[in-house]
Design a protein around this ligand. Structure first.
Ligand code: NAI
Length: 331
């Protein structure tokens, strides 16, 4: 039986992670879950929010399903999420964004996959104060980092029958970093003649995504732009409650929703578990459990389309547990 590392996380993490686990188990797929805890609540016992056993478990099993974990702002420990991505070299952050019938959105027909670089850029965390009144943060791009993310975008496009890859940059201003990213994207695109290649400056990209998001297919972006554009795209299809994600490396993959730990609604059984469930769907596809993945996606789609079981973010009254029961009943 395949073993999956399950990291419930904190805030709404445990509520949505256990909802997704319950749904996956109900689909009939046989998985053995290895629960690993990470987050601020682990610091007293282990001296770190990310105990070594967590990364060891992911490395052993190769795949994890993870709830969100809070990061203190401006002080305190470094983000557990960023550390995991760096330690496991999960260089791809894959974020599919799709309109589902039944989820209120101003748009129809959006089906975008964001391929965000996950280990470099300003997230390298190389920062320092210069005296008391200035601060510096270093933006790091490497050829290896740019090559492997651009290659992944084109390979993914080919595998999934996608038509177009758009490379997003600000190479007009940052000629070394973004310039290198763009040149590498251009070079790699020449090897994939059946996939259309397009380049777009990040600011124009944001405007175009709001005006005509249905014209985009795969977006490949450096880390920071990818982070921002992911939330923008989540907003286009109904909000953070519906945006799944995955962090993928050569040896392991961690599937998690785009949203954070939502401390404002934690522990109240009102979080929308859909993004976490859809992250589970992508995890099942990744491990080859295609039938279970499709069945779960159809059940979620059915419930959303029916429009009866709605969580509070959709104006409904269904709790996390009740919504999950409803999806399970439609499997
Ligand atoms: P957030 O995504 O947690 O919340 C933003 C807003 O969306 C809040 O009003 C929240 O209630 C709502 N929301 C989020 N997920 C929801 C869901 N499933 N159902 C219903 N409503 C939902 O973003 P925020 O507040 O910026 O971050 C909170 C914490 O999460 C921070 O400590 C941040 O560092 C962490 N975070 C962790 C991530 C991860 O583990 N990968 C990703 C993003 C943030």
């Amino acid at each position: 039986m395949r073993t999956i590392t399950l990291i419930p996380g904190d805030g709404i993490g445990p509520e949505v992670a256990f909802a997704a686990q319950r749904l996956i188990d109900a689909s009939g797929v046989k998985l053995d879950w290895e629960i690993q805890n990470a987050g601020a609540h682990m610091t007293d016992q282990f001296g770190t929010p990310l105990p070594k056993s967590v990364t060891a478990s992911i490395l052993k099993n190769g795949v994890a399903l993870k709830g969100p974990i809070a990061t203190p702002i401006g002080e305190g420990f470094r983000s557990v999420n960023v550390t995991l991505r760096k330690e496991l070299d999960l260089y791809v952050n894959l974020r599919p964004v799709k309109t589902y019938q039944g989820i209120p959105s101003r748009y129809t027909g959006i089906d975008i996959v964001i391929v965000r670089e996950n280990t470099e850029d300003l997230y390298a965390g190389i920062e320092h104060m210069i005296g008391e009144d200035a601060a510096e943060s270093i933006k790091v791009f490497t050829r290896k980092g740019c090559e492997r993310i651009c290659r992944y975008a084109f390979e993914y496009a080919g595998k999934e029958g996608r038509k177009k890859v758009t490379a997003v940059h600000k190479a007009n201003i940052m000629k070394c970093t973004d310039g290198m990213f763009l040149n590498i994207a251009r070079e790699i695109s020449k090897e994939y003649t059946d996939i259309e290649f397009e380049e777009m400056i990040i600011d124009a990209m944001c405007m175009r995504l709001v005006q005509s998001p249905e014209s985009y297919d795969i977006l490949v972006l450096p880390n920071l732009y990818g982070d921002i554009v992911s939330d923008l795209c989540a907003g286009l299809v109904g909000g953070l409650g519906f945006a799944p994600g995955a962090n993928i490396g050569s040896n392991s993959a961690v599937f998690e929703p785009v949203h954070g730990s939502a401390p404002d609604i934690a522990g109240k059984n009102i979080a929308n578990p859909t993004a976490m469930m859809l992250s589970g769907v992508h995890m099942l596809k990744y491990i080859g459990e295609i039938e279970a993945a499709n069945n779960i996606e159809k059940a979620i789609s059915y419930v959303l389309n029916e429009g009866i079981a709605k969580t509070r973010d959709l104006g409904g009254t269904f709790g996390t547990r009740e919504f999950t029961d409803c999806v399970i009943s439609k499997l």
